[in-house]
Design a protein. Structure first.
Length: 364
């Protein structure tokens, strides 16, 4: 429930949050458990300086190979599953290249068509000879042409000129396909890229305004796409491999590249939000990102009232930088404050409605 106008008689216990005691949110032990409320005592400790930028996951150098056409012709993929992201094994047939339907023609296909035409001509000649419409000599000529065509078909098939097999050079995943089913390729044209996907690179595109700070970068955290999970490169055996100057693609950014073990389901090419970790700053107050709530651009946390178990006050705070896991608090908290770090949303809703949200019961 919410009790309004609660005042502390003892001035020594007056909290430094001047507006905090106007409204207290009081929860019972059971309600706190149901809402999953957890708190953390604020301490002024070392906080890593963070540069928050955009980036992308890329395949590591030497961890992928491009499959090229070894003959000119029409590409036919082995099956519909040979698409981007599909797993392949080394030596697996992924496509064939055939001269079929080209102007010069595929030798086997041309021989097959000629053989069928000769067969039909011979069958027709047999009927005409039986009706005495053509001579026996003409029938023998049709038969000889049919047998010649059959021999030519057999010879073409033995040469194996019908199609050139394209196999996966390494085990891994299809990263990209450069051609579509039925496309014409020439010798040397790229067909697809296969990546082992065991190691990936994280490239952070850092604005030039941070160039001097880049030298102090030692690690990074990141999250991919809409995934809210923050991954720590330190947990993925990540290492810094390069700090470049101006990027060739964008003269206003500087690429910072890390390499890490792909122990998850990360896909090369995915875009990421990157938290570059620089020098450590001492005496910084920070809270987990889960402690913050926001309303119309103003940030708040819920602070436990001293000596009143289950009582919390809403406290406005000013935030600094965050590393994806914790946020620097520049104003509104002090060391020793007890802050809600799990269940803050439930506490906020309880303060608005005077009750624990649906699914959480009041048992006083």
């Amino acid at each position: 429930m919410v009790s309004c106008g609660h005042q502390h008689a003892d001035k020594e216990e007056e909290h430094h949050h001047e507006e905090g005691h106007a409204d207290e949110i009081v929860l019972t032990e059971h309600q706190m458990k149901q809402a999953g409320v957890a708190t953390e005592r604020v301490e002024a400790v070392d906080f890593t300086h963070v540069i928050r930028v955009g980036g992308q996951l890329l395949s590591s150098v030497g961890d992928e190979q491009t499959v090229v056409a070894t003959a000119s012709g029409i590409v036919t993929f082995a099956n519909a599953s040979v698409t981007e992201g599909a797993a392949v094994v080394a030596g697996q047939t992924i496509a064939t290249i055939s001269a079929r339907q080209l102007q010069d023609g595929d030798a086997t296909q041309k021989a097959r068509i000629a053989c069928e035409a000769a067969r039909q001509a011979y069958v027709r000649a047999q009927g005409l000879a039986a009706d005495k419409i053509i001579s026996q000599r003409e029938l023998e000529q049709a038969k000889a042409e049919y047998e010649t065509a059959r021999a030519a078909l057999g010879a073409a098939a033995e040469k194996g000129e019908s199609a050139m097999v394209v196999a996966a050079p390494i085990a891994g995943y299809v990263k990209s396909r450069m051609v579509r089913q039925g496309d014409y390729v020439q010798v040397g044209d790229p067909i697809m890229t296969v990546t082992k996907n065991r190691k990936l690179q994280l490239r952070a595109d850092v604005p030039e305004t941070y160039y001097r700070e880049i030298r102090q970068v030692s690690g990074a955290n990141f999250r991919v796409g809409a995934d809210k999970t923050v991954y720590r490169l330190a947990d993925l055996h990540g290492r810094l491999v390069a700090c470049g100057r101006a990027s060739a693609d964008n003269a206003y950014t500087v690429p910072v590249t890390f390499e890490f073990d792909n122990v998850g389901d990360f896909v090369s090419g995915a875009f990421a939000e990157v938290f570059l970790l620089g020098k450590s700053v001492p005496g910084v107050i920070s809270v987990p990102v889960t402690a913050l709530t926001e309303s119309q651009g103003v940030y708040y946390v819920f602070v436990a009232v001293k000596d009143e178990h289950g009582a919390f006050v809403k406290q406005e705070v000013a935030i600094g930088r965050d590393n994806g896991e914790r946020v620097e608090i520049t104003q509104g908290l002090k060391a020793g404050d007890e802050v809600v770090v799990q269940g803050a949303t439930q506490v906020r809703l309880a303060g608005m409605s005077g009750a624990i949200p649906e699914g959480h019961n009041h048992n006083h």
